[in-house]
Design a protein around this ligand. Structure first.
Ligand SMILES: Nc1nc2c(c(=O)[nH]1)N[C@H]1C(S)=C(S)[C@@H](COP(=O)(O)O)O[C@H]1N2
Ligand SMILES: [Mo]
Length: 473
């Protein structure tokens, strides 16, 4: 079912996926699985009715399901024997149960007696037995999938080395501590999660390997221990999703521990004609990152740590990429296993043929966190606060305007670095009534946030975050 869901995720037109993400947010995966369960239940019921009318017609439906499931498994990047066997086994059991149930039901009909006939009892016995079997089978699969339990233990007991180059101290006053404004550093459990993986890939760090391939002087292979033995650096970096709507929450800031990607690439020696690195995940996802971004002085990292602990499984354990200034879909590959040095002309990443730009620098933007859109506030001075970001350039200025009036400069807190978001606040005087408040940021080069509203596809939304307030007397 996970494989089928994964195939559905890869196959649906981009518009549908955007719609699903916008509708269900980060619960999109749960919604997909629930939707699939519903469809399967309806089809199974239909198969039962079919089988009653015509022998083996319902069984054929189950067989088709098995084949579809198998086909879905074969499209996945990680094909295991168990994954292949499961849909066939499920279809086989489904057919056996169906035939048995229909036979019992026919016996009930044949007996022509309503009530407590033995035939009817038999029907419900088979039904109950099947339900029990499904529960037990589910438990067995859960335990067997408990590879995750072992890896969780490996992760829990992992001692990450200290950074040779620690994260620069957070400047005093960088966190304004304004209630309702996103904390300057996002705690791991609150960090947004976006990926195409229906079940989180479980990689054992003891078996993990990273290969550098493609247009290089020499291919390099790195184990997790090799990586931990390198001089690691720790940096705060804000990452964002290209699907983040203006004012949205698909952005977070964490302290990442890792080894600069440029050091690894230097070991491999990219050929002069290369201009892109295609990073690949264990689950087949790929991202295309300009080579220059990975070799310039910015801290593009092979990250192993997030806010002082090993990467959580859902954020890419054991190793992911973190690249300041680029949207996640073109840079932040989780469950990383390969870096292929190549050319934009020769290779395409996962999202490129699905309607997203092959390159994705994060757009300069800003967000109002308090008050919330639609809030009621008392008249007078209203404290407005939020975050702003201009990765790799730094925020120079944040301004607010009320009801399309003059732009008023907000108080901008010091940032941790140009690669992180900044907090800001401003008290604005508001008279009773309905008011609109807008925010805009300007980066340190003087570039002003784009006011024109544009959708997230193909390369990130633009527009001003706008809230409406109901100001009471
Ligand atoms: N393996 C894998 N890595 C991935 C993705 C994915 O689908 N699969 N999605 C990317 C996208 S679109 C984003 S925005 C970031 C999100 O990282 P996070 O879930 O840790 O916040 O991961 C990136 N890395
Ligand atoms: Mo993303």
């Amino acid at each position: 079912m996970t494989a089928l869901g994964g195939a559905v995720i890869d196959a649906v037109p981009p518009g549908v996926k955007d719609w699903a993400v916008s509708l269900f947010g980060t619960a999109d995966k749960l919604a997909l699985l629930a939707g699939m369960a519903l469809v399967i239940a309806v089809v199974a019921a239909a198969a039962g009715i079919l089988e009653l009318r015509r022998r083996f017609a319902g069984a054929a439906v189950f067989a088709v399901f098995g084949v579809v499931g198998l086909a879905a498994v074969l499209t996945r990047a990680q094909v295991t024997a168990a994954a292949v066997a499961l849909p066939l086994l499920a279809a086989g059991i489904g057919i056996a149960v169906l035939l048995k149930l229909v036979r019992r039901l026919a016996a009930v009909d044949g007996a022509g007696q309503a009530g407590e006939g033995p035939a009817r009892r038999g029907f419900f016995q088979v039904l109950g037995g099947t339900a029990a079997g499904v529960v037990v089978g589910g438990a067995v699969v859960a335990v067997w999938r408990g590879g995750a339990a072992g890896v969780n233990e490996v992760r829990r007991t992992l001692q990450l080395p200290k950074a040779k180059s620690p994260a620069p101290a957070i400047p005093a006053g960088a966190d304004l501590g304004l209630a309702g404004v996103a904390p300057l550093v996002t705690p791991n459990p609150d960090f947004y999660r976006i990926d195409t993986a229906l079940s989180v890939p479980v990689l054992d760090s003891r078996e993990w390997k990273l290969k550098v391939t493609g247009l290089v002087e020499r291919e390099v292979e790195l184990t997790f221990d090799d990586l931990l033995a390198k001089p690691l650096v720790e940096r705060h970096v804000t990452i964002a999703c290209v699907s983040n709507e203006v004012g949205g929450g698909l952005i977070g800031n964490a302290r990442w521990l890792g080894w600069p990607v440029r050091e690894l690439l230097a070991m491999a020696g990219p050929r002069p004609e290369a201009d892109m690195v295609l990073s690949r995940s264990a689950d087949g996802f790929t991202a295309s990152t300009p080579l220059e971004v990975l070799t310039d002085r910015r801290d593009a990292l092979l990250a192993v740590g997030m806010n002082g602990e090993p990467l959580p499984l859902e954020h890419g354990f054991p190793v992911r990429m973190i690249v300041p200034g680029l949207y996640g879909y073109v840079s932040a590959t989780k469950w990383l296993i390969e870096l292929k040095v190549t050319r934009f002309a020769d290779d395409v990443a996962y999202w490129t043929p699905r309607g997203w730009s092959e390159r994705g620098p994060i757009k300069l933007s800003s967000r109002i966190d308090v008050p919330r859109n639609g809030a009621s506030v008392p008249a007078g001075k209203v404290l407005v606060g939020g975050v702003a970001w201009a990765q790799h350039t730094g925020v120079g200025k944040v301004e607010l305007r009320v009801d399309r009036g003059n732009w008023q400069p907000a108080r901008l807190a010091p940032g941790i670095s140009v690669d992180t978001w900044y907090q800001w606040e401003l008290g604005v005087d508001l008279q009773p009534g309905e008011h609109e408040v807008q925010v805009r940021a300007t980066d340190r080069r003087g570039t002003v946030q784009v006011e024109e509203r544009r959708p997230v596809a193909p390369d990130g939304a633009t527009g001003l975050h706008t809230i409406r307030l109901d100001v009471k007397t």
